[in-house]
Design a protein. Structure first.
Length: 131
């Protein structure tokens, strides 16, 4: 989750105060955030390939979840709220995922492929580069 900064991550993910980021804590937040994102994008999951904006939303959600028992920053709360609102808009059809094919009638078919970018699929292993 280097996207949020190592010191910021350390401040919320060092649960045993040893000066190190606790990887299991970060993995748990990522898993919870991923489940949340998946619930919003469930209509797209059959053909889903991770795109950067969804990765960013997942990181923003996970980072806010790491603030359990700690005061979150205004930026963290705002990023979380924006991510959830954007995902909600996608799930209700008010917004589309980047690269989502558009039809002539403007109707989005969730069964259509989203973005194809080689063999890069979202999973915990490649997501760990974000943390």
């Amino acid at each position: 989750m280097l996207a949020v900064g190592e010191q910021n991550l350390l401040s919320v993910a060092d649960r045993d105060d040893d000066g190190e980021i606790d990887a299991p804590v970060v993995a748990a937040a990522l898993a919870q955030a991923s489940e949340m994102v998946s619930s919003y994008l469930s209509d797209y999951m059959a053909n889903f390939v991770m795109v950067p904006s969804v990765t960013r939303a997942t990181v923003d959600i996970a980072f806010e979840l790491l603030h359990v028992g700690k005061q979150s920053t205004e930026d963290s709360r705002l990023n979380y709220k924006r991510a959830v609102q954007w995902l909600s808009d996608i799930s209700t059809g008010k917004a589309v995922l980047p690269g989502q094919p558009k039809t002539d009638d403007g109707v989005i078919d969730p069964g259509d492929p989203l973005v194809m970018s080689g063999d890069r699929n979202w999973n915990r292993q490649n997501a760990s580069r974000l943390f």
